[in-house]
Design a protein around this ligand. Structure first.
Ligand SMILES: Nc1ncnc2c1ncn2[C@@H]1O[C@H](COP(=O)(O)OP(=O)(O)O)[C@@H](O)[C@H]1O
Ligand SMILES: Cc1ncc(COP(=O)(O)O)c(C=O)c1O
Ligand SMILES: [Mg+2]
Length: 289
């Protein structure tokens, strides 16, 4: 059984951050240690919320407690996502070092969640800079969306080739695997949801149909996708198998959410789709060097 220290947001109502990833990762058979960077009433794309950003020291304090009972050595991966402040980022990097000292085989999976003004995703000042300068070189796996890939690489990306090149420029700085979560305008087709999984020597492309949610697209999809990729890879799946599984699983969740007429992801209702998806999509190798 793999153990994942998952450091990201928690929302009490609905699904984003740990509230989007924790149950699906457990449903896949992983142990999750949720450590919340914020506790908000709901995700920020409602435009209003209540709650608290945890003091950065809170993260260190909790991990100290786990170290004190000598369990840190059993941690197989640190996953980080939505941060409440840039100061939290610095503490997470200390935690990653501490976990790797206790278990040299542990991975750091960074979902570099940045603000997205158009979508209404609000993230604290300094977080985007933190990811560009600090978390990227420290990560083993990074899972940006298109905007985040542009920020991390300092490039404008218009098509698949440019997305692969930008991903490789990240790989030159540290991570071994880059998952581009939604190619959107840089993809091949406007009616498809497309992802890329890039390593130094491979580039896998996959697509699934976009579902029409109108203007209110569900939030937490990226957090769900990242969590599922991490579990697949920890469980020893190949990059191709992992990419195909997460594509089908997330599609199943989106279809269920749409058919129930809901805005929040219907993770409990769609749990069997997460474990054993009923659709299948094939990943295609784009470049092999
Ligand atoms: N099959 C689908 N049909 C319609 N929208 C989708 C589908 N899958 C994902 N989405 C939407 O695509 C977006 C994915 O966002 P993206 O920017 O790639 O990552 P993140 O969720 O990390 O911000 C979300 O708004 C999500 O609701
Ligand atoms: C509190 C919180 N956590 C996480 C996210 C990230 O969600 P996504 O998976 O859509 O990137 C958001 C997006 O608005 C958010 O408000
Ligand atoms: Mg995201």
């Amino acid at each position: 059984m793999k153990n994942i220290l998952a450091i990201q947001s928690h929302v009490v109502y609905g699904h984003a951050g740990n509230a989007a990833a924790e149950f699906p990762m457990r449903r896949m058979g992983a142990n999750v240690w949720p450590l919340n960077t914020v506790q908000f009433s709901n995700h920020t794309q409602y435009g209003q919320w209540t709650g608290t950003v945890m003091p950065a020291e809170h993260l260190t304090d909790i991990v100290q407690g786990i170290a004190a009972i000598d369990r840190l050595k059993t941690c197989d991966a640190v996953l980080s996502g939505y941060l409440g402040s840039a100061e939290q980022g610095e503490k997470i990097l200390d935690i990653v070092q501490q976990v790797k000292a206790a278990n040299p085989d542990a991975w750091y999976f960074c979902d570099p969640v940045m603000g997205h003004p158009e979508k209404g995703c609000i993230v604290a000042p300094g977080v985007a800079e933190f990811h560009c300068q600090v978390s990227l070189p420290a990560s083993d796996i990074v899972a940006p969306n298109l905007l985040e890939l542009e920020m991390l690489s300092g490039r404008t990306i218009n098509d698949l080739d440019e997305a692969i090149e930008a991903s490789r420029s990240l790989i030159d700085k540290g991570p071994k695997v880059v998952l581009v979560k939604h190619l959107s305008r840089a993809g091949l087709r406007s009616d498809q949801f497309e992802m890329l999984l890039v390593t130094k020597h491979e580039a896998l492309h996959i697509q699934r149909p976009l579902i029409d949610f109108g203007v209110r697209q569900p939030v937490g999809v990226g957090d769900l996708t990242s969590g599922l990729l991490l579990v697949n890879l920890l469980q020893g799946k190949s990059h191709l198998q992992a990419l195909e599984h997460i594509t089908a699983a997330v599609y199943g969740v989106m279809l269920k959410t749409h058919s129930m007429g809901e805005y929040e992801l219907q993770l409990v209702a769609a749990q069997d789709e997460i474990a054993t998806p009923s659709h299948h999509f094939r990943a295609i190798s784009k470049v092999t060097i």
